[in-house]
Design a protein. Structure first.
Length: 333
C-alpha cells in the first residue's frame, strides 16, 4: 500500500495519530495519558500481541491487528484512518520511540508529504521501555552510564551491530540487549557474548528477564561466560553489567561512583570537594596530562596509559586554552 496516494482531506475533518507506549505490558505500568489516549481513540492499530495486552481498554473500538514484520503497514493504516478524520491509537509495547512505532510512522508520514503543519496531528505518548521495566525487577543496574543495542539483523547489517557491541563493551557501559534471540536468529547472542568477553571479566553479572510484568515473567541471574546457557527468546531482554556491577541478595546493582569521592563514613576523601568535579575529572586530568607531557611522555605513551585515541590526546595537548578558570559547583546528585 502506497502512503503517497493517500489524499489530504479538509482540515476540519482531519484526525490524529497517537503513538502510544503502553509500557511493559501490565495495566498498572501504563501512564494515565496512555490510558486516556486509547480511551479517546476511534481506531486502535497494533501488533497482535500488543493488542491483547490492552484488550480490556479497546472494547467497542475499531481494531486493526498486524503481524510482527508489518510495521510500515501499521503506520500506513494509522495514516489512512487519520486522513479519514479518526483518532488513532497506534500502540507499541514499552516506549513508542525506543525500538517502537514512532520511527516507522514518521518515515511513512514524511513519504506522504506530511509536515507538522498538516491537519493530521501527531502525538507521542511515552511509556516505560523494556530496560526500565527489567531494571526495576532486578535491582538498580542502570544507575550509571548504559546503552541499548538491538541484536536484530532484519534491517541492520551485522557488522554495524558488532561494531556497536564492541564499542559499548570496551567503553564499560552497562548494556541492555533487545531482540537477543528468536526461532531463526540464534547465533547473534553467541556472537554478542564473544565480543563482550574480549573486554569484560567472565564473571561479569548478567540477567535475562523474560516477559517483564506479564503473566509468564521469568528472571534468570547469570554471568557473562554462562549467558548463552540461559533461556533467551524474543520476549527477553538481557542486561550485562559493567566492571563495577555486583549482585547481592539477588539484586543487581551498578554503583553510581560515590566511593570515588566519599569514604565509608561519608566524609569527603582527601583531595576531593563536595559538589565539585573529581580531582580526576576533566580539569584535573588535563592538568595531569600536561604535566606528564612536560615530563617527556609521548602522545602514544599517554594514549596507551589512558586507553584513548592518540589523535585525541594530541589535540588536547595542542589546545593552549586553559578552559574554565575554576570548577563550578555541580548540582548533580
Amino acid at each position: 500500500m502506497n502512503a503517497e496516494a493517500t489524499p489530504i482531506p479538509d482540515p476540519t475533518t482531519a484526525g490524529k495519530i497517537m503513538l502510544v507506549g503502553i509500557g511493559p505490558g501490565h495495566v498498572d505500568h501504563m501512564t494515565a495519558r496512555a490510558r486516556a489516549a486509547i480511551a479517546e481513540a476511534d481506531v486502535v492499530v497494533g501488533y497482535v500481541t500488543y493488542i491483547k495486552l490492552v484488550a480490556d481498554l479497546i472494547e467497542g473500538k475499531e481494531v486493526v491487528r498486524k503481524g510482527m514484520t508489518e510495521e510500515l503497514d501499521r503506520a500506513v493504516s494509522a495514516l489512512e484512518a487519520a486522513r479519514a478524520g479518526k483518532k488513532v491509537a497506534l500502540i507499541s509495547s514499552g516506549d513508542a520511540g525506543v525500538y517502537g512505532m514512532a520511527g516507522p510512522t514518521y518515515e511513512v508520514l514524511f513519504q506522504a508529504g506530511w509536515t507538522p503543519d498538516d491537519p493530521v496531528a501527531v502525538e507521542i505518548v511515552p511509556g516505560a521501555s523494556a530496560l526500565n521495566a527489567c531494571a526495576a525487577l532486578v535491582g538498580a543496574p542502570l544507575t550509571h552510564d548504559f546503552c541499548a543495542i538491538s541484536l536484530s539483523d532484519l534491517l541492520t547489517p551485522w557488522p554495524v551491530i558488532a561494531r556497536r557491541l564492541d564499542a559499548a563493551a570496551a567503553a564499560d557501559f552497562v548494556v541492555a540487549l533487545y531482540n537477543p534471540k528468536s526461532g531463526r536468529r540464534t547465533r547473534q547472542i553467541v556472537e554478542a557474548q564473544r565480543i563482550f568477553l574480549r573486554h569484560r571479566r567472565p564473571d561479569t553479572p548478567a540477567v535475562v528477564v523474560k516477559s517483564a510484568y506479564r503473566r509468564r515473567q521469568t528472571i534468570h541471574h547469570t554471568t557473562l561466560d554462562r549467558l548463552i546457557e540461559a533461556d533467551i527468546g524474543m520476549l527477553s531482554t538481557v542486561l550485562i553489567g559493567n566492571s563495577a556491577t555486583f549482585v547481592r541478595d539477588g539484586l543487581m546493582v551498578t554503583p553510581r561512583g560515590y566511593a570515588n569521592k566519599y569514604d565509608a563514613e561519608h566524609e569527603t576523601r582527601e583531595g576531593e570537594k563536595p559538589g565539585r568535579s573529581l580531582s580526576t575529572g576533566l580539569l584535573g586530568w588535563l592538568a595531569a596530562l600536561r604535566e606528564q607531557a612536560a615530563q617527556g611522555h609521548t602522545v602514544n605513551d599517554l594514549a596507551c596509559l589512558y586507553n584513548l585515541p592518540a589523535d585525541y590526546i594530541a589535540a588536547t595537548l595542542a589546545d593552549t586554552e586553559d578552559g574554565p578558570a575554576a570548577d563550578t559547583e555541580d548540582t548533580e546528585a
